[in-house]
Design a protein around this ligand. Structure first.
Ligand code: ACO
Length: 311
C-alpha cells in the first residue's frame, strides 16, 4: 500500500474523494482553505449589516418577517463556515481578530450602502444571485467540511435570491416612483455584483492552484460570465435594464458581451477605501465588544453544568 502522504492526498483529489480534517494535507492547501473559508464566513457576518439597516423600515409585516429571517440565515451561514474553518486548526478568536484588525478580507460587495428599500431587492437578486453562482460549485470542493456546509447554505441562498427578485418584481409593477427606485437600485448594485467574482483570471494569484486542488471548480471569469448571461435575461422580466451600454448577445460565443470593469474601484474597496468599509468594521468590533458578557455568561453557564454533572 502507498504510504507517501502527498501521493495519498493527490490520489484522493484526483479521484474526487473528499479530504477530511484528520487526513494529511499540504500546508499550503490548509492555509488556502483557512483564508478562503474564514473570508467567506466574515462576508456572511458583515453581510448582515447592509440589510439589517432596513429591518425597521421594511414596508409591510410580511417583508419585515422575511428580511429578519434572511439576515438570521446569514448569521447561520457564518457560523457553519467558522466551524468548518476551525476543523483546519485555527480558532474562532484568531479569525475574528484577523477580521477586526483589517488583516482578513471579506467580500467587497458589503461595503456599499443600502439607500432605499429597492436595494434590499437588488441585493437579493444580484448579490445573492452572484453568491449562488460562485457557491454551487463549492458544494463539490475537495475539502469535506466546506463542501457539506455549502450544500445547506446554497439552499438558503436560492430562497434569498427569489425573495429579492420578488421585491423588485413588485416594485417594477408599481407606481412610476417605485419603478424609478427599482431601476436606480439595479444601476447602483450591478457593477459591484459583477466585481464580486474577484479579479479577472490573469490577475488572480490563487486561482490556478485552487483549481488544481479542486477547491475552485470554475475560474472567476467563467462564473462572472455565467452570472451576466443569467441576469441579462432575468432583467427583461422586470422590464428594467442593466447599466451597461456594451451588454450585447454574441451569437458566436453564445454569451453576452459586457463592458469594461472598473478595477480601480474594486481594489479601492478591497483595500479598505470603499464607501462603507470603516463603518462596517466599526459595527463589527462594537458588536463583538458589547457581546463579551454573553460569551462570559455562556462559559460560566457551561462550567456550572459541568459541575453539577460531576456532583
Ligand atoms: N472582495 C474582497 N476580496 C476579494 C474579492 C472580493 N469580491 N475577490 C477576490 N478578493 C481577494 C482575494 O481574497 C485575494 O486576496 P487574499 O490573497 O488577501 O486572500 C485576492 O483578492 C486575489 O483574488 P483571487 O486570487 O481570485 O482569490 P481566490 O482564489 O480566493 O478567489 C473568491 C476569490 C472567488 C472570492 C474565492 O475566495 C471564493 O470563492 N470565496 C468563497 C465565496 C465567498 O467568499 N463569497 C463571499 C461573498 S457571498 C456572500 O457572502 C453572500
Amino acid at each position: 500500500a502507498n504510504t507517501d502522504p502527498q501521493e495519498i492526498f493527490d490520489d484522493k483529489v484526483a479521484r474526487e474523494i473528499r479530504i477530511e480534517p484528520k487526513d494529511w494535507m499540504p500546508d499550503k492547501y490548509r492555509q488556502t482553505l483557512i483564508r478562503q473559508i474564514s473570508q467567506h464566513a466574515h462576508s456572511e457576518i458583515v453581510g448582515m449589516l447592509p440589510e439589517g439597516n432596513w429591518i425597521t423600515r421594511a414596508p409591510t409585516l410580511r417583508r419585515k418577517a422575511t428580511l429578519i429571517a434572511k439576515v438570521q440565515d446569514e448569521a447561520g451561514h457564518g457560523l457553519y463556515l467558522y466551524s468548518a474553518a476551525e476543523t483546519l486548526n485555527i480558532s474562532r478568536d484568531e479569525m475574528l481578530a484577523q477580521l477586526h484588525s483589517g488583516k482578513a478580507k471579506y467580500s467587497s460587495i458589503f461595503n456599499y450602502p443600502t439607500l432605499t428599500w429597492a436595494d434590499i431587492g437588488a441585493i437579493g437578486w444580484l448579490v445573492d444571485g452572484a453568491a449562488i453562482m460562485n457557491q454551487v460549485p463549492l458544494c463539490r470542493a475537495s475539502y469535506g467540511p466546506y463542501a457539506r456546509a455549502m450544500v445547506r447554505i446554497c439552499k438558503e441562498e436560492s430562497f434569498h435570491q427569489r425573495q429579492g427578485f420578488e421585491i423588485l418584481l413588485t416594485l417594477s409593477r408599481g407606481s412610476s416612483p417605485q419603478r424609478h427606485m427599482c431601476q436606480d437600485a439595479i444601476n447602483r448594485w450591478w457593477w459591484p455584483s459583477v466585481m464580486m467574482f474577484g479579479p479577472s483570471d490573469d490577475q488572480s494569484p490563487h486561482s490556478a492552484q485552487s483549481m488544481a486542488w479542486k477547491i475552485k471548480r470554475f475560474s472567476n471569469d467563467e462564473l462572472r460570465q455565467k452570472f451576466v448571461d443569467v441576469c441579462a435575461e432575468q432583467v427583461k422580466l422586470l422590464g428594467m435594464t442593466l447599466p451597461d451600454k456594451d451588454l450585447q448577445w454574441n451569437a458566436t460565443t453564445e454569451h453576452y458581451d459586457f463592458g469594461p470593469i472598473n478595477w480601480q474601484e474594486f481594489w479601492d474597496v478591497v483595500n479598505g477605501n470603499g464607501p462603507c468599509n470603516r463603518e462596517r468594521l466599526e459595527a463589527r468590533v462594537k458588536a463583538h465588544e458589547e457581546g463579551q458578557w454573553v460569551r462570559d455568561a455562556a462559559i460560566a453557564f457551561a462550567a456550572k453544568q459541568n459541575d453539577s454533572i460531576r456532583k
